[in-house]
Design a protein around this ligand. Sequence first.
Ligand code: GCU
Length: 614
Amino acid sequence: MKLTRNCFLVLIFCCVASQANSENNSLIQNVPGRAPQSLNGKWNYIIDPYETGYYDYRYKPFDEMKNPGNGAFFLDRKPKDKTDLIEYSFDDSPTLWVPGDWNSQDEKLLYYEGTIWYRRLFDYKKTVTDNRVYVHFGAVNYESDIYLNGKKLGKHIGGFTPFNYEITDLLKESGNSLVVKVDNKRKKESVPTLNTDWWNYGGITRDVSLVEVTKTFIQDYKIQLKKGFDNEITGFVQLNEGKAQQVVSINIPELKITIIARTDSTGKAIFSGKLKKIDLWSPENPKLYTVEVLCGENFVTDKIGFRTIETRGTDILLNGKSIFLRGICIHEENALRGGRAYSAQDAQMLLNSAKELNCNYVRLAHYPHSEYMVRLADEMGILVWEEDPVYWTIQWENPATLANAMQQLTDVISRDKNRACVIFWSMANETPVSDARNEFLKKLAVHARLLDDTRLISAALENHTNPNNPNEKIVEDPFADYVDIVNFNQYIGWYDGTPEKCDKVNWIIKYNKPVMISEFGGSALQGKHGDAQTRFTEEYQEDLYARTLNMLSKIPQFRGVTPWILYDFRSPKRVLPKIQDGWNRKGVIGQNGTKKKAFFVLKKFYDQMEVKYK
Ligand code: GCU
């Protein structure tokens, strides 16, 4: 069989996805709803910049050897006796908190990019002998090799999406050794690639847990309104095994409905059911229903909202009603702690601040944030944009890079497809137009629509200045034909001129689609004051916000905006002493949690838009 380019792509795609052992390690839906046992806490760690614990002196990986010997850290060995040479010891090594990035936990690791080994010992007694057990990671940045009791479970690439491995056959009742090699080195072929304007936090950055399930269990399900219908539920239930004719049922007690379906030979049951009356989810009424999914002894309960989202001409319709998206961009960081956000409390802090701005929408930039964030947005009634970390200039022509971007997109859609708050899948941010780039993004968009046809597709598209008229900005991007909403970033008044330029600029946007501005803004050091012409003062930023919102409001298709950004955030690209000091200062809230003057300009504008679209 001659391998065509597409066969080759599929081949790579499968490799990246299934580098684990033969068990079914597809993502388990709704791990929080399965009474997981947490492995969070203090883990011993070993810094290993030369990857001494992974490669022998001939640079051969130990985990590919029949007898790797005493140099292989994943074996977590201890000297048998005083003559035995072992040159590492997790027991005697310091600890790091998991979940958490390593950079903010130890001054000497602030700028560290490379390999760190983590080890966690745990006991586990199954509740039912016949049950299966999985280890689940919320996310590990960036590349991770996972081992249990000296056996390799798999390798995961991508820093912002979950993964799990079955460990049933390797598990002991006590003294299990879980070893994770984490490497956050930036690489050209990676997604994201070498250059980003955010801190490359490394580590086991989200929860780690053990999930015990029955031998045959409900691995995945999707339960949402049928596209274009507000009175019909549709979806699937996927078992972990290809067992046919298994009866599954979906119960929504509050709606007094039970839908019964049978699995096919792949263990998948497709279903749909009519609804009499349903309370649709919206920011004003974030109604979540308790939904029970059952198959034999196995059941899982979830909280799911139902809403419709679509575009009609230049309008965005939520439950059939035109909406203006009052948003803000958020990085997954707790600025007050100066580290990766990872907990329900961090999510609460960030979304509370967005609510104080009177937002009904947030752009989670530039990568998938934690499940806590998305589930809390569901509860709080905040609409969400989720993004594949295809940022700036990645390797468009590298099939492995495409497979990687596809996998991360697949995983975030898989994890969050039941969240009513999520209305956007974004393919990319500020990527330069080229044939290879267009092809790459098209493939992602087609893939996303295949996985989920109920949500809107977008990206932060390109725009340019009319070469004959500096005050004319044109939004023109070949990829705009593949998106539902035209989003673009613009920095008039910061990277492009000064704020008064906003008063003169005219936007040419020839798309009969809703238009949103996915970023605008300027930096201000909180507490630095002066006249509105002085950069980095709160007055400059305040003036820039006022003039920009006025400029954007002249765009007829203008249906939403997410200024850059809610909080100041760490970036190694920001080096201006006494002003930036390793922080991007474009937040409307400072590093210390204090609101800047621009915060109130934006809130006032949102209060007006709320009334206008009531
Ligand atoms: C870009 C980019 C952001 C960046 C911002 C900035 O548009 O998307 O990631 O932080 O501009 O320059 O502050």
